[in-house]
Write a protein that binds this ligand. Structure first.
Ligand SMILES: Cc1cc2nc3c(=O)[nH]c(=O)nc-3n(C[C@H](O)[C@H](O)[C@H](O)COP(=O)(O)OP(=O)(O)OC[C@H]3O[C@@H](n4cnc5c(N)ncnc54)[C@H](O)[C@@H]3O)c2cc1C
Length: 448
């Protein structure tokens, strides 16, 4: 069977690309070995954010005492988990319906390379002029003694639980560990986070981590820093996790969230000749081209910030490249990210720490949310807004917001950066009182 385009993986970029090409009359084959929709829909953003909606409702109710409102919180955990799976099912069905309405040939099997333009799936051979890898990542499993063979959880299995454990140990303190850890704690689980780093969310600046650690502490999350699990045992009911300094932890569940490993189809290096980088991701140039002609990669597997909006935007960039338009590269975009703990973290561009490390001349200002009227009035003064600018031309280099809905508010900065505007434009802006967003020009005014 011969095709114009073969897409491996039905992730955030692969599906729209396949649909778009099929719509323009090209013969397209799409391979998916798991659930349609990839990580985001099935085991990533959709279930985690649906889960957090319940967790944060419980957390906010418990903390309403500071507003003079005392709430008795009773959580129906099976209903929470069922709601999560229902929402996931609806989104997955949506992807399936879109593909069914198209002329994309969907092959529900694992694809491997026989040769650069020859793929095998389910015993059949498929040939394609152009091949796109959208194969994503999977949880990294550390080589901890005794871990293999125990029923530990990852983000892949976490949402299959009917109920939540009484106690849960979380290995890892990146955004997945923190979101699921805080979420479980707010729904009634006793959570212990273990990280080898000297702070949680080690990629962020120290005071971001301090605000978060304090907030997690209020939710009852215990954080053990600079420690590693060295041995795991499971007796049929409970996990025993031994840490490097000798502490022994016990819990009914163990969640492994230490990072992500790229999914690379069998034969990628040996039979297709596609080069990988030192971390095992597909090596790509700024046009998402791999080392082999007419082979491309997008999304997580292309070794870039691992977010749904990146994979989806890659689709638009790659579509242009495949149609011969090289006016934009994957690097000429402003990237932001959000973490949906409470308080949230929203970040765009570089931090002051990044600027120092890269030797970039910069100015940095910080505004505590306690100084923003809305923060004080609503009892949501945890956190701050921080802006990093270039003193030579007033350009905005980046921002870190931590606080209520910081993931939404960061888009004000993103839009200014994308438009190439300066902090002086921000400083002139008149924002609505009393909103959190009103704090953003106030933040810029600290530079004046
Ligand atoms: C718990 C969690 C929460 C997250 N929350 C957010 C969030 O809030 N916001 C955000 O932006 N990002 C979030 N992410 C990250 C986001 O989910 C990923 O960045 C995004 O899904 C990556 O999309 P992708 O297109 O690269 O690949 P994926 O969505 O991972 O899709 C890859 C697909 O390829 C298939 N596949 C792999 N190998 C083969 C093969 N050989 N043959 C056939 N099929 C194959 C896989 O089965 C999979 O379906 C989260 C991730 C996790 C784990």
């Amino acid at each position: 069977m011969r095709y114009d385009l073969a897409v491996i993986g039905s992730g955030q970029g692969g599906v729209p690309l396949a649909l778009d090409f099929a719509k323009s009359g090209r013969r397209v084959v799409l391979f998916e070995r798991g659930d349609l929709g990839g990580t985001c829909v099935n085991v990533g953003c959709t279930p985690s954010k649906s889960f957090l909606a319940s967790a944060h409702a419980a957390g906010r109710a418990r903390r309403a005492g500071r507003l003079g409102v005392e709430a008795q919180v009773r959580v129906d955990v099976p209903a929470v988990m069922e709601r999560v799976r229902t929402i996931v099912g609806e989104w997955r069905d949506g992807v399936e319906a879109k593909l069914a309405r198209s002329s994309v040939q969907l092959v529900r099997a694992e694809a491997s390379f026989e040769a650069p333009h020859r793929l095998r799936a389910d015993g059949e051979i498929y040939e394609a002029e152009q091949v796109v890898l959208d194969t994503g990542t999977r949880p990294t499993i550390p080589p901890v003694d005794g871990l293999t063979g125990t029923p530990f959880l990852t983000n892949t299995t976490f949402f299959r639980q009917e109920t939540l454990p009484r106690r849960m140990i979380v290995l890892g303190s990146g955004y997945i560990g923190l979101e699921l850890g805080q979420g479980a704690a707010r729904l009634g689980t006793e959570v212990t986070l273990v990280t080898p780093d000297d702070r949680i969310l080690a990629r962020e600046e120290l005071d971001v981590c301090s605000v978060l650690t304090r907030s997690l502490g209020i939710d009852g999350v215990r954080t053990l820093l600079e420690r590693r699990a060295v041995r795991v045992a499971h007796d049929g009911e409970r996990f025993t996790v031994t840490l490097d300094e000798g502490t022994v932890l016990e819990a009914e569940a163990l969640l492994v969230a230490i990072g992500r490993t790229p999914n690379v189809p069998e034969g990628t290096i040996e039979r297709a000749g596609i080069a990988l980088d030192e971390r095992g991701f597909v090596q790509c140039d700024p046009y998402l081209r791999t080392s082999v002609a007419q082979h491309f990669a997008l999304g997580d597997v292309a070794g870039q910030p691992q977010f749904t909006h990146v994979s989806w935007e890659d689709f638009r960039r790659l579509r242009a490249v495949l149609k011969g338009d090289r006016s934009r590269t994957r690097d000429d975009r402003v990237l932001a990210y959000a973490m949906y703990t409470e308080p949230q973290v929203g970040r765009v561009g570089m931090t002051a720490d990044d600027a120092v490390m890269r030797g970039i001349d910069h100015r940095v200002v910080t505004l505590p949310l306690a100084d923003v009227a809305r923060g004080a009035e609503w009892g949501l003064e945890e956190g701050f807004f921080r802006l990093v600018v270039d003193p030579t031309n007033d350009a905005i280099l980046g921002a870190t917001f931590i606080g209520y809905e910081a993931g939404e508010l960061i888009h004000v900065i993103l839009a200014h950066m994308e438009a190439g505007s300066t902090w002086r434009v921000l400083e002139r802006s008149v924002h609505v009182h009393p909103t959190f967003a009103e704090g953003i020009p106030s933040l810029a005014r600290l530079l004046a």
